[in-house]
Design a binder for this molecule. Structure first.
Ligand code: GAR
Length: 204
């Protein structure tokens, strides 16, 4: 069984897609051992609790210095003994120490076709606002391995989504989630859990 820790900051719809995928058999040989949030009011924590999944909240606001927050965060992750860490709408920079400790074992879902609309400052609705402003006709989502840059790690899966005329950022975000994120994130986890992705990242 692939032991997965999922990190969330907000609504947790991607977490829900993973939970649903495990329940309906789309994701095999996988268990979510912990859901971690930096935000105590993240609805993602509620989704975890509703599904009997252990949760933890660790907020940078509770620490005077960033290094202390990172230490606490890493301790919680280590205790869960994960094979894979999934950033599912987690809006906190991952400490370099964690990336070094879990090489090729941290993946992220980003709501655009990387390398477009990614990097520092591109998260959540801002990504879709930028895509609409640029006038692209297709956007999408990307699952990638997390390295020490922002959205710079190796790409694992991508799925394009059409932009429709008159889209608001919210409408585009919803379509990207429904048609791409909630599809490729469960798919990537299933492939990792079953050794089907590639040599860069494999389940135990
Ligand atoms: C998702 O659209 C995810 O791709 C995005 O935040 C949203 C979280 O939604 N992540 C980023 O922008 C990371 N750079 P969710 O909490 O409902 O899964």
């Amino acid at each position: 069984m692939l032991r997965v820790v999922v990190c969330v900051s907000g609504g947790g719809t991607n977490l829900q897609a993973i939970i649903d995928g495990i329940h309906n058999g789309q994701i095999r040989n996988t268990e979510i051992v912990k859901v971690i949030s930096n935000n105590a009011s993240a609805y993602g924590l509620e989704r975890a609790k509703q599904n009997g999944i252990s949760t933890a909240c660790v907020s940078p606001k509770s620490y005077q210095v960033r290094t202390e927050f990172y230490k606490a965060f890493l301790e919680i992750v280590d205790e869960a003994e994960p094979d894979l860490i999934v950033l599912a709408g987690f809006l906190v920079t991952i400490p370099a120490e964690m990336i070094q400790k879990y090489p090729n074992k941290i993946i992220n879902i980003h709501p655009s076709l990387i390398p477009s609309f990614c990097g520092v400052g591109y998260y959540g609705l801002k990504v879709h606002e930028a895509a609409l402003k640029r006038g692209v006709q297709y956007t999408g989502a990307t699952v990638h391995i997390v390295d020490e840059g922002t959205d710079t790690g190796p790409i694992l899966l991508q799925k394009p989504v059409e932009v429709k005329s008159g889209d608001t950022p919210e409408q585009l975000q919803k379509r990207v989630m429904e048609q791409a994120e909630w599809v490729i994130l469960p798919q990537a986890i299933n492939m990792i859990a079953n050794g089907e992705l590639d040599d860069r990242i494999k389940g135990e």
